[in-house]
Design a protein around this ligand. Structure first.
Ligand code: AMP
Ligand code: MG
Length: 357
């Protein structure tokens, strides 16, 4: 964990690594920690605790809390629930209630997206391994990996062992080679958890949590007009240039984009990115470079931004309407950036300066 910095007046907080992400412009005095978790660069900034000299210890607690989510949901951490599931030697695995929730919702998300959003697409996602690959997998390899996708043959029982941290049990009945992947949900889900923790803290007036470009704004900044946070949406493939920004109060701004992780092959113009459509076996292509969702609920925002890339503009609008109804997140909004750089918003909002509250 890197050192803590007091931030005074308008500072441009740049989220992180070269390729992705959103940025937020903030004023007032904040304590900020930058750290790595969820395989990406993150920061938390809190307002209000600095004058009591408590910023450092509170930030430390928040970071530890976030890392606990990562430890449960990571694919690679040998102690995680997901690792235990993916490397299971028996049909039943004890998991934490947090992990159980994602397995339960994963079934719905698959159904609601017609099989595009698939937490059971781990074999395919691993095959594409865009972080390390430099060549396109063969059709044979893709078809082999696809055989293990769309497998929701499991049941989840809650409170099987109420005294244990791993109080839920998941039992698999289908294909043993299916791998599960929470990469499209874990950060949004963790943001919801840490938001509750921040809101219950008497000293914190406002906060930003940025998990590799998934930005969660909590509370109001008093000094600035309207108290809103201004969250930038990156122009895809531009480095740190912004395409637009959005003023929000108590909202998540969560972006999925092809520019965030990809590889290229010599002599080929295409981008092979990390959001893979299990219906085709290839990185999704709906003429979109990014989809940002502005939502109260971080998990939904994470689900919908990834789904937006997978489904394209029109179907995503329908899915947003459905989710608004289903979860009562009335003011959910989307910003689509297509491959020509055209920005479209849904539902359209005319006054770009009006904070979304
Ligand atoms: P996000 O950045 O939230 O859009 O999530 C991208 C990550 O989700 C990828 O790095 C994979 O771990 C995972 N993923 C890729 N394709 C899919 C898919 N079709 N359904 C669910 N998760 C996916
Ligand atoms: Mg997502």
């Amino acid at each position: 964990m890197k050192k803590i910095l007091p931030i005074i007046l308008i500072l441009f907080l740049s989220a992180c690594s070269a390729k992705n992400k959103n940025v937020a412009t903030v004023s007032e005095v904040a304590d900020t920690y930058t750290f790595s978790t969820f395989d990406t660069e993150c920061f938390v900034s809190i307002y209000g605790a600095h004058e009591y000299g408590m910023g450092e210890s509170i930030c430390g607690d928040l970071v530890n809390y976030l890392r606990r989510y990562d430890k449960l949901l990571s694919k690679t951490d040998v102690e995680s629930d997901l690792y235990a599931v993916n490397h299971r030697t028996s049909d039943s695995v004890m998991i934490s209630p947090v992990t159980a929730t994602l397995f339960e919702l994963g079934k719905d998300f698959y159904k609601w997206t017609g099989g595009a959003f698939d937490i059971s697409a781990g074999t395919l996602i691993e095959l594409w391994d865009v972080k390390n690959r430099t060549t396109v997998p063969t059709l044979e390899e893709i078809n082999e990996a696809r055989k293990h996708c769309g497998n929701f043959n499991y049941t989840v029982e809650r409170r099987v062992d109420p005294d244990s941290e791993k109080s839920a049990r998941i039992t698999f009945t289908g294909d043993k080679e299916t791998l599960y992947d929470f990469g499209a949900l874990a950060k949004g889900f963790a943001a919801d958890g840490v938001k509750e923790m921040i809101k219950s803290h008497v000293m914190i007036k406002a906060a930003i949590v940025n998990l590799g470009g998934n930005v969660t704004c909590i509370g109001k900044l008093e000094e600035r007009k309207g108290g809103a946070f201004n969250v930038g949406i990156f122009k895809p493939f531009s480095g740190n240039e912004l395409a637009t920004s959005v003023k929000v109060i108590d909202r998540n701004v969560i972006t999925s984009g092809d520019y965030q992780r990809y590889f290229k092959v010599e002599g080929d113009d295409r981008i092979y990115h990390h959001i893979i459509d299990p219906r085709t076996g290839y990185p999704t292509d709906n003429n979109l470079d990014s989809v940002s969702i502005i939502s109260e609920n971080g998990l939904l925002g994470d689900f919908l931004s990834t789904s937006g890339m997978l489904l394209g503009v029109d179907k995503t609008k329908d899915l947003i309407d459905f989710c608004k109804e289903q979860f009562g997140d009335k003011h959910m909004q989307a910003i689509f950036i297509d491959k020509n750089g055209k920005i479209s918003k849904y539902p359209r909002w005319n006054d770009a300066t009006k904070p979304i509250e």
